[in-house]
Design a protein around this ligand. Structure first.
Ligand code: HEM
Ligand code: FES
Length: 779
């Protein structure tokens, strides 16, 4: 395993055996699997994440003799490389992975081909100076202005096939629309689009593939022509006094800051950006449609609930991205996961593998459109070079999905053998055959369907929209003031799996509130919650008590678990106060089934106000200790906590007073012994009157962002284009955590332990702030 390997010393290899048949440049032998790794072979082409499973599990950094690259497969390692672009230079990002033949070079020379560095492969400080100059075209407002153009292009293509009943979507539109969008985005005059479209082929093969000698010459012809023609178009655009599009921004900057945005850069960019914006998006869209249509249940969810489209597109980018690997070169000798990569070592980061790393994504091989950290995927890269066009790519994917789910919900994937252009980095099917029955097209019955479009805001998906539609199956009174509610799928399908400690966020109008699941974990058709009527609350629970009836639709997010039961502990003490019993029941059930020793302490006002008492007595009689205040019974916390017990974990849920007392009473227990579930987080809500503005410096993206007094840090980061995942947005769940390099933190969350807070090295960006004027974040 990796740890064993690491334990063998800084070199990461114990042997240094000169007689090894195959050796890496660091003098270590190459393992048989590493020697066999072939990025042009079928397994990697079919499923790169699966092809590198062995590496993620056993040898996360290895040398591939066939490729001459160091291959990196784990999420954290890849992110660490993206983070540090001084040690890991992007200069080779667009280098031909198969060196050009002399014949091909001669052809390129004939065309005066002079493609140079652009943005994606430029080193600092030149890169950031340029990037900063060119960001304006990517603000949400600027991108919003392109949405009608994207919509029009998608519609024209869909209109053309809608009565046909069968189509290859790649050939009909996925290839062409993103290219045309890119040309519009750049501001290329309409009359030149056709020519550029014709030349814009074969870059993938040229840069990341293994072209044959004949193909090399053919591709070089295309590339040479493209170079010449893009030069002509550029000169034409330069001659105009004004125009709209990103290319005009660049021309403008080139006039005023020719040392930052140079002449050659302009010409190179014209060509490079078409590649960057085109194939990435075309293949990502094809992958997304393939994945979603091959899961009819998920496709049906999207058709029923189009608000899920942005989340689904994002999850497809994670699960089956169009960029599956990206490159860097080590500028000095460096140790990664215990393996020494020499100076000049070329690195292939298999981002598709990182996106399936179970250390970062729960249940990573499943396509789960309700996943809340999908935006953490590496398909857009990360850090200061992260894809500038990500929000344009997202917009295109979403519009494609929105038009198809609305106008062709009965679309089906045809049985077919998918083929891929063999290459290391770009991936998507070459054709995608679908069929449908035109007689069933909804717009034949209701023409309004054609134009009933729905738009999505620019940027990462909003968690507000990630909601499941459910139906109330059963309602009954579980105790005084406590309603037990069973929810089921509106189509009678199985409900999602969940684990003890999970909750759902119930959405009732503007009211969102988390409720722990309290039914049987194995029940495949019901999710059950218990709702206490709170007169002092915001009115949501009262509404539920008064109005909820069987058959009513209800929206929720989840299930998700921020209160995981660690089953490896020797012993568990479960403590519940009042309605806090809900997450505890499933834990008790689970521990009983595992045959693990546990105690269950349950305190409440009176027997009639305490939910589930009979069920607990029946199932957990031995372990159960009941404390009824009205009977004069008291949970003696001091006694319970007096002796810290090694190997024992405490799980507690209940009123804040109880949780605070537990926290204070377990100071002498080993760090991490107490796990609590909070239901609300007073203090996490922003009161601008009492806040001050501060500044955050972001080391990975090399940006400085202002956080105004009336904005959360999370909001400010998002406005600056960073995709920070979030879930609860009130300091309860831990999803929005960011690393802090410097500065004093004003912690407002309920996630971090006292020791973690004292470390001053992380914070929850949805609620916590700076004590002073500035924080430095590793983002
Ligand atoms: C960079 C992927 C769409 C413009 C990148 C990088 C990746 C990527 C992996 C390198 C990131 C790094 O080194 O950290 C994708 C994917 C797309 C997409 C998967 C679609 C789904 C677009 C679009 C544009 C675009 C539509 C259009 C304008 C750029 C630019 C860079 C870049 C300018 C260079 C940024 C820099 O180095 O500072 N993209 N891209 N991309 N992409 Fe995209
Ligand atoms: Fe849940 Fe910030 S989003 S803690």
């Amino acid at each position: 395993s990796a740890t064993q390997r690491n334990a063998t010393g800084a070199g990461g290899c114990p042997f240094h055996a000169a007689s090894e048949p195959s050796m890496a440049p660091n003098g270590c032998p190459v393992s048989p699997q590493a020697a066999a790794f072939d990025p042009f072979g079928r397994p990697y082409q079919l499923d790169p994440a699966e092809a590198l499973r062995w590496s993620r599990e056993q040898e996360p950094v290895f040398y591939s003799p066939r490729l001459g690259y160091w291959v990196v497969s784990r999420y954290d390692d890849i992110k660490a490389i993206f983070r540090d672009n001084l040690t890991f230079s992007p200069s080779i990002a667009l280098e031909k992975i198969t060196p050009a033949s002399d014949e091909a070079l001669a052809v390129l020379k004939r065309y005066d081909y002079g493609m140079n560095r652009t943005l994606v492969n430029e080193d600092e400080p030149a890169h950031m100076a340029r990037r900063r100059e060119l960001l304006e075209a990517f603000t949400p407002e600027a991108l919003e202005a392109h949405a009608p153009m994207v919509r029009r292009l998608v519609r024209e293509k869909l209109d053309a096939i809608i009565d046909r009943g069968r189509a290859d979507l790649v050939a009909e539109m996925f290839w062409e629309v993103p290219l045309t969008v890119a040309l519009h985005f750049l501001g290329v005059p309409e009359e030149d689009m056709e020519q550029l479209r014709r030349f814009s082929v074969a870059h993938t093969l040229n840069t990341w593939g293994r072209p044959s000698p004949e193909q090399q010459v053919e591709v070089a012809e295309g590339v040479g022509k493209f170079w010449q023609y893009s030069g002509e178009v550029l000169r034409k655009m330069q001659a105009r006094s004004e125009g709209h599009g990103w290319m005009y921004d660049m021309i403008e900057k080139n006039r005023h800051k020719p040392d930052v945005v140079t002449d050659n850069y302009l010409h190179s960019m014209m060509m490079a950006i078409i590649v960057a914006a085109h194939e990435t998006t075309a293949l990502a869209t094809a992958n997304a449609f393939r994945q979603l249509l091959s899961r009819p249940v998920v496709w049906a969810d999207l058709c029923d609930n189009p608000a899920l489209i942005p989340a689904a597109a994002e999850e497809c980018l994670r699960h089956s991205g169009s960029v599956v690997a990206w490159r860097r070169i080590a500028t000095r000798e460096v140790s990664l996961d215990g393996v020494i990569i020499p100076e000049g070592g070329k690195i292939l980061m298999v981002t598709a593998s990182g996106n399936h790393d179970p250390a970062h994504f729960e249940n990573p091989d499943e396509l789960d459109i309700y996943r809340d950290n999908a935006v953490d995927h590496l398909t857009f890269g990360y850090g200061s070079h992260q894809c500038m066009g990500k929000n344009l790519g997202r917009m295109e994917m979403r519009i494609f999905l929105e038009e198809f789910t609305r106008r062709l919900p009965h679309l089906e994937l045809e049985e077919q053998e998918f083929t891929f252009l063999p290459n290391t980095s770009f991936r998507g099917p070459e054709a995608l055959w679908v069929r449908w029955d035109p007689a069933q097209n909804p717009e034949r019955r209701d023409p309004a369907v054609r134009d009933a479009q729905r738009d999505f805001p620019v940027g990462a998906p909003s968690r507000q929209d990630i909601a499941r539609e459910m139906v109330v199956a059963k309602v009954h009174t579980a105790a005084e003031g406590v309603l037990q509610i069973a929810l089921e799928d509106p189509h009678g399908r199985r409900v999602p799996e969940w684990s003890p400690g999970s909750h759902v966020d119930l959405i009732v109008g503007d009211y969102v509130r988390k409720y722990s699941l309290c039914g049987e974990v194995e029940d495949p058709y019901w999710l059950q919650i218990a709702v206490l009527r709170e007169e002092a609350g915001r009115g949501g629970s009262a509404w539920i008590h008064e109005h909820l009836k069987p058959g009513m639709p209800l929206r929720l997010r989840g299930p998700k678990n921020h209160f995981h039961l660690d089953e490896t502990a020797d012993r568990h003490v479960l403590i519940a106060g009042g309605i806090g019993i809900t997450p505890i029941i499933a834990m008790a059930d689970r521990l009983k089934r595992l045959g693990k020793p546990f105690e269950l302490h349950y305190a409440g006002r009176s027997r009639s106000s305490m939910a589930f008492v009979e069920r607990l007595e029946r199932d957990h009689g031995e372990a159960l200790h009941l404390y009824r205040k009205e009977e004069g019974e008291r949970l003696d916390l001091a006694g319970l906590l007096a002796e810290p017990r090694a190997g024992t974990l405490l799980y507690a849920c209940g009123p804040e007073r109880l949780l605070a007392a537990l926290e204070a009473g377990t100071n002498h227990w080993p760090e991490g012994s107490l796990r609590m579930e909070h239901f609300t987080a007073e203090g996490a809500l922003l009161d601008p009157e009492h806040e001050h503005a501060f500044e955050v410096e972001l080391t990975d993206s090399e940006l400085t962002v202002e956080v105004a007094a009336d904005r959360t840090l999370l909001q400010a980061l998002r406005a600056a284009g960073l995709d920070v995942p979030s879930d609860c947005e009130e300091g309860l769940c831990g999803s929005c955590q960011v690393e802090v390099v410097e500065g004093e933190i004003d912690h407002r969350d309920k996630v971090l332990t006292a020791a973690e807070r004292a470390g001053q090295d992380r914070l929850m960006s949805c609620c916590s702030r700076a004590k002073g004027k500035k924080l430095v974040l590793a983002l």
